[in-house]
Write a protein that binds this ligand. Sequence first.
Ligand SMILES: *Cc1c(COP(=O)(O)O)cnc(C)c1O
Length: 500
Amino acid sequence: MKYISTRDAQARPVGFTDILLGGLAPDGGLYLPQEYPQIDAATLEAWRTVLAEEGYAALAARVIGLFIDDIPQADLAAMTARAYSTPKFATEAIVPVTDLEDGIKLAHLSDGPTAAFKDMAMQLLGELFEYVLAHRGESINILGATSGDTGSSAEYAMRGRDGIRVFMLTPAGRMSPFQQAQMFGLDDPNIFNIALDGVFDDCQDVVKAVSGDADFKAEYRIGAVNSINWARLMAQIVYYVSSWLRAAEPAAASAADQAQSAGAEAPAGQPQRVSFCVPTGNFGDVCAGHIARQMGLPIDRLIVATNENDVLDEFFRTGAYRVRGAAETQATSSPSMDISKASNFERFVFDLLGRDAARCADLFGAHVPAGGFDLADDPAFAQVGTDYGFASGASTHADRLATIKSCWFSAGVLIDPHTADGVKVARDFRAQHPDAAPIVCLETALPVKFADTIREAIGTQPPADTVPERFRDVLNAPRHVTDLPDDVDTVKNFIRQAID
Ligand SMILES: *Cc1c(COP(=O)(O)O)cnc(C)c1O
């Protein structure tokens, strides 16, 4: 399996381990497989047995093995076994699927160490980074900025690993108490928490300035783990497969009653189709669903759910991709979806435009920096909902509160505000398409991380039995964090001293 860039079809394709540690392709594009491996009904039924008898980690090794041919399969299996294990994850199933209400299920992606779905990718990334660095005799110093979920997920994935240090900038005093406690509670010699005297954008500017100094970057081997990393997407494909297997009937058992249960779209004898509704920010999570669907996983619809920052809902409704400025980007109660542009969206548009790299380079290299583009009159846009199965919807603060409340009081299920955006949009979709395939909503965080919004919705803090044991004392742990001024040279000096 070789990888190409969304912006240059002529460049020589590169291997998985060559793109693992980097970010963007040299031309500014994003990496994608040269072609998507195909899975058929027989493979899916074989994987059903793998999942049932050997578990999620074994399934993960099979799925990612389709995308990696420069790491031996046995080594991949050892890595997935370590990444997707208890007690790192709360359940043996790793990603359980449960019923929420008629026609809507929940896939639980936030049972990992930091209670957010980003652990699903980061835990594997930690294994892959350590493995490839050891084989190359190299080391890396990961520098990042975070306002919440990504930073803590990266730290928990990289703590204690050989050849890896993490320097994570956070805006001083601006994260939720839970998020601060979770990150600053880590006491590992390779993890460096820095509370910068500024807001999140200041943190990001410092990261850009430090990484933009080519000499410093090379001398101190500065790297990143951002959301456009291909391996993160790849790891996310696995839970679409496992959730499909857990939500769909086995082929033989379902053949008889398919006509009724899945509508006219699933002819008898064909695997049952399932839809996914995905709370979306940078389009990473749902992009993995797009790739799974392109591989042949029987996904009916991919429903994109946004909050008030609805740049993607607008695209899927109208064809206009209109990126927002900072002033137009709202701070909402589902903060991990507060984006002005979606960093992974280019991957989908590349496929939509028949993998036309020259057009992609023009749209994302020239038009997006100037405000966006409009595909409404492009024949390709007509395929978005048909050939590519996409639908979308948006949710508001009031919708989130109402959805959290109704799930809690009618089903006894407490969901977080991001997951609530997804459930709200899934319910709307079902109301408009009552005969549609069952929808699996992806749960992206646990409610304990967003206790204030939960209290606003149900009138009390998340009840004790909805807070996993391992998080009960998180607020009392000693803090490990260095306060620094908003100054690039001071941050560089801090990194130098930590490494030398
Ligand atoms: C990151 C995140 C999202 C958005 O995921 P994308 O891959 O950026 O679309 C949604 N919910 C939570 C809780 C997150 O941490």
